[in-house]
Design a protein around this ligand. Structure first.
Ligand code: G6P
Length: 611
């Protein structure tokens, strides 16, 4: 939710900030703005994308060696120029960009208005700018003192980057809840919501922690917290290559990321299976594996696609580790006074590691004494920093708003963990354990083979592109796949779609089926295969158009379904990882055919850092 970039150095800030914002557009893209400083200040803002901002900024004959920029996903106030960031204080002394939500903004606003301070926007961010300036002018404080005092009065979540017009040798940055990373350069420094705008300039970064305040100068960095004086910054080298955040010839990030899945899963597995295939060793769980094996129950919390991976995890853990699992929407869990004890283990799944509700669920579980494990993709993000242990998926940056490789790598991690625990507990014999590992190792090449369905899927997309609704059905491991397929279609093509357990269809959705309704049935071979054939017959009898995902060589479903997409044979536990791929491709092609913006669908954002 909202991307922030800042630069201070000797180069042209305009290009650096705008290029950085383009990399962060996945975080929000309804309006954008930039402030440039060269003794004077110039602000350019617009409704729309960063490319619109770029056009406007390029027309301005103004540049600077300090700049801050913002790409917005609106929370308070509709997307328009006035509400776009930067927000400027009433006398123009402070320029502020913000990611997050200031929860007590109305109270502060009332107070400031009662002192005669005028407001122009509907944003919560404007109160921050005004509050700082009010403290600065009325309290005769320095900029730094005014900012620290303001932060002590603000409630909510923020990643804030602030420049004081009268101190143009520094950028202030502060974090609580919303991520900020400093890029440490030579004679120049950077600040951004994540490392992607930074890596083309430097690989040395500092991840700000909650309540940190940074004073970033051209050749000096000072780190403090709201309460303590100077602290030692922890500089890390990041291993992120520029190619990983480019489309590399693909028309969209989503398609690139779908095609990256063999590589992504290989990276997830790398170094975690002994070379002789005798064991899985998840280093990140080493210290907690005994506790995990003896867990009374596991609670999985997540949102969106990660929640679907969690549901798959429930089925896998129950079958292979014999541990009861509950899967919770993080947003529901955190507000429900859930029953958690110190015997429980909470697994938080999150691609970004920054989803506000998932992070809050982690904190709640920790407060109540549960052990918390993270399964995340973004290294150094909020959730991995707050959990007791965890496993990175190593899928590489996922930029397309619709999550793809995050899902398959999350399921891969969940399967590895369940197998390792199942074997340790004696639930799995050595023979079965080794067989599972053998098939796990084959997964990347099976995914590669599955991708060969792309052209066929593109043809089938033609019959779905004009639909208004679609139904996705699956049973067992394939039910979460049906949910995920429906979510993908909704997200990027705006066709209403629902995922259902195939047998539940009779309890409602069957009423919707007629000639107009495409029904995608995920029906690869497992112990419910015969049953799902019956479900397909029921759809057929009501004239629904059936698109079936089946195991290669299936002789039966092809005779009933209208369209069949084959995926390679694997163990049922991995069938979802293969079956989801044609569904990702299907939504992709439908969205392209409908002229939708695949990588930046309307109203969505990749990282939901507000609740
Ligand atoms: C947003 C994204 C989804 C993602 C969900 C959870 O809604 O658009 O693609 O699945 O957040 O994100 P996380 O980073 O926690 O996995």
């Amino acid at each position: 939710m909202c991307g922030i970039v800042g630069y201070i150095g000797s180069r042209s800030a305009k290009e650096i900030v705008i290029n950085g914002l383009k990399r962060l557009e996945y975080r929000g893209y309804d309006s954008a703005g930039i402030a440039l400083f060269n003794g004077d200040v110039k602000i350019v803002k617009c409704k729309g994308r960063v490319r619109d901002l770029e056009e406007m900024a390029c027309r301005e004959d103004f540049n600077g060696t300090i700049g801050v920029g913002h790409t917005r996903w609106a929370t308070h106030g509709e997307p328009n120029e006035m509400n776009a960031h930067p927000q400027v204080s009433y006398k123009g002394n402070f320029v502020v960009v913000h990611n997050g939500i200031i929860e007590n903004y109305s109270r502060i606003k009332r107070h400031l208005e009662s002192r005669g301070i005028p407001f122009r926007s509907q944003t919560d961010t404007e109160v921050v700018a005004h509050l700082i300036e009010h403290l600065y002018l009325e309290g005769s404080l320095t900029a730094e003192q005014a900012i620290t005092t303001a932060l002590n009065n603000i409630e909510g979540a923020y990643g804030l980057v602030i420049v004081c017009r009268n101190e143009q040798d520094r950028i202030f940055a502060a974090r609580r809840g919303s991520p900020l990373v400093i890029g440490v350069g030579e004679g120049e420094n950077f600040i951004a919501s994540d490392a992607t705008p930074i890596i083309e300039h430097t690989q040395r970064v500092i991840y700000l922690k909650d309540d940190d305040i940074a004073i970033i100068k051209k050749d000096e960095l000072i780190l403090k917290t709201i309460r303590t004086p100077v602290i030692q910054p922890e500089v890390q080298e990041i291993d992120l290559k520029i190619g990983e955040i480019d489309k590399e010839g693909f028309p969209h990030f989503m398609l690139k990321e779908i095609y990256e899945q063999p590589r992504a899963i290989r990276d997830t597995l790398r170094g975690r299976i002994l070379p002789d295939g005798s064991a899985i060793v998840l280093g990140g769980l080493h210290d907690v594996i005994d506790r995990l094996s003896n867990a009374r129950r596991i609670i999985i919390v997540a949102c969106g696609t990660s929640w679907h991976a969690g549901l798959m995890g429930e089925y896998i853990f129950e079958e292979y580790a014999r541990i009861p699992v509950e899967v919770e929407y993080a947003s529901e869990f955190r507000y429900r006074n859930p029953l958690i004890t110190s015997d429980d283990i909470l697994i938080a799944i999150s691609q970004s590691g920054e989803t506000a509700d998932t992070l809050a669920a982690v904190r709640l579980a920790k407060e109540r004494g549960a052990m918390v494990i993270g399964i995340c993709n973004v290294v150094g993000s909020g959730i991995p920093r707050e959990t007791n242990a965890g496993v990175y998926t190593h899928a590489g940056p996922e930029i397309g708003v619709a999550s793809t490789k995050a899902f398959t790598t999350q399921v891969t991690v969940l399967a590895m963990a369940a197998f390792e625990i199942g074997y340790k507990k004696g639930v799995l014999t050595e023979e079965i354990y080794r067989q599972l590992i053998k098939e796990l190792v084959l997964l990347p090449s099976l995914v590669e083979k599955t991708l060969e369905v792309n052209e066929k899927v593109a043809e089938i997309a033609r019959i779905m592109k004009d639909a208004s609704n679609a139904l996705y059905l699956g049973r067992g491991y394939l039910f979460p796949v049906a949910l995920e397929g429906a979510l993908k279609l909704k997200e990027i093509s705006y066709i209403h779609a629902e995922g259902y357990p195939a047998a539940e269809m009779k309890h409602g959705p069957i009423a919707l089926i007629d000639e107009e309704m495409p029904v995608v049935v995920v029906a690869t071979k497992d112990h419910t295969y015969e049953k799902i054939i019956n479900n397909i017959q029921e759809i057929k009898a009501r004239k629904g158009t059936i698109i079936a995902i089946v195991t290669e060589g299936d002789q039966i479903i092809g005779k009933i379904a209208d369209y069949v997409i084959e995926v390679p044979e694997t163990l049922p536990v991995f069938s979802g990882i293969l079956a989801v791929i044609p569904l990702q491709l299907l939504s992709y092609h439908v969205a392209v055919m409908r002229g939708c913006d695949v990588d930046q669908p309307r109203n969505l954002a990749k990282s939901v850092t507000v609740e």
